[in-house]
Design a binder for this molecule. Structure first.
Ligand code: 13P
Length: 286
């Protein structure tokens, strides 16, 4: 199938009530490993980059990696810019060919957020790209974006008005979820997802996937969460896998970088495949 628009992936997922993993990659190895999981499981997948990753690697290099690694790929994939408060970075990524962006204006008053999101949607449409919107910050700082304070949830009326007026393709409400590692099992407001989906039909992005239970995933996906974001789990898997292999390498005294890459890549692929299985998207490639 190859690279497809975000909307194609999330609309099908929401219609058939499965979730598609949206995994933040941090470099070439993690990109390759996440794509390998999608191919192995015959699943659609959404690859995400944070603004920090875009700035550290550069949009040209990231896009060249993406194009090279997805050429001829047989499962539906798309490239998404995660939480981006900076309009210039949104424009840069859309110009370079990202399939979708999350314009994160959640620190702005809702009216100003709405005004700017309408502009971002128009800009994305000119590129055939899609937009995720949010009006409340998801708790937790991730790659330098966000806050540890939980923001006030807006009413259903305000949320529905934002979705309908802005024209966003995916909406990310705050439901008690958070980025990073949960210190205790989160209490998630599934009813809010049900209410927003019933009123708007828009697919929901579930943020803060790392640390949620299988029951929570199953329940929220059934309510209409079609895009399930995972970032911290990849970072932890990537670094712990490197650490374990390097400790062993030090003991054995045999320093062979390609063996390290193979080891870490296998662990990252297994982690991503695990989420694909848990979200019910294995075998859903078209
Ligand atoms: P985690 O880091 O908790 O997995 O959350 C990822 C996320 O929501 C990215 O936007």
């Amino acid at each position: 199938m190859g690279v497809v628009p975000l909307k194609e992936i999330v609309d099908r997922a929401q219609r058939d009530r499965y979730g598609v993993a949206a995994i933040n990659i941090v470099n070439d190895l993690t990109l390759e490993s996440v794509l390998a999981a999608a191919v192995e499981r015959r699943s659609p997948i959404i690859v995400q980059t944070s603004v920090k990753t875009v700035k550290s690697i550069g949009s040209d290099v990231l896009m060249a990696m993406w194009r090279a690694m997805t050429a001829g790929i047989e499962v539906p994939v798309c490239l998404h810019l995660d939480h981006c408060p900076e309009r210039a970075v949104i424009t840069e990524c859309l110009d370079k060919g990202w399939n979708s962006v999350l314009f994160d204006a959640s620190t702005m008053p809702v009216e100003e957020n709405l005004r700017q999101t309408i502009e971002v949607v128009a800009e994305a449409r000119a590129h055939g790209a899609h937009v995720e919107g949010e009006i409340e910050a998801i708790k937790g700082v991730e790659d330098d974006v966000g806050s540890d304070e939980e923001s006030r949830r807006q009413s259903l009326e305000v949320s529905v008005h934002f979705v309908e007026t802005s024209g966003v393709d995916v909406f990310a409400p705050s439901i008690g979820n958070a980025h990073g590692v949960y210190s205790a099992e989160p209490h998630l407001d599934g009813q809010r997802v049900t209410d927003i989906v019933a009123a708007t039909g828009v697919p929901i992005a579930l943020h803060g996937g790392t640390g949620m239970t299988d029951e929570q995933f199953t329940d929220l996906i059934a309510r209409g969460c079609a895009k399930v974001n995972v970032s911290t789990a990849l970072k932890v898997t990537y670094m712990q896998s490197n650490l374990a292999f390097l400790r062993e390498t030090e003991e054995r005294g045999k320093w062979d970088p390609p063996s390290l890459f193979r080891h870490v890549s296998a662990d990252v692929t297994a982690m991503a495949a695990g989420y694909v299985d848990r979200f019910g998207s294995a075998g859903r490639a078209w």
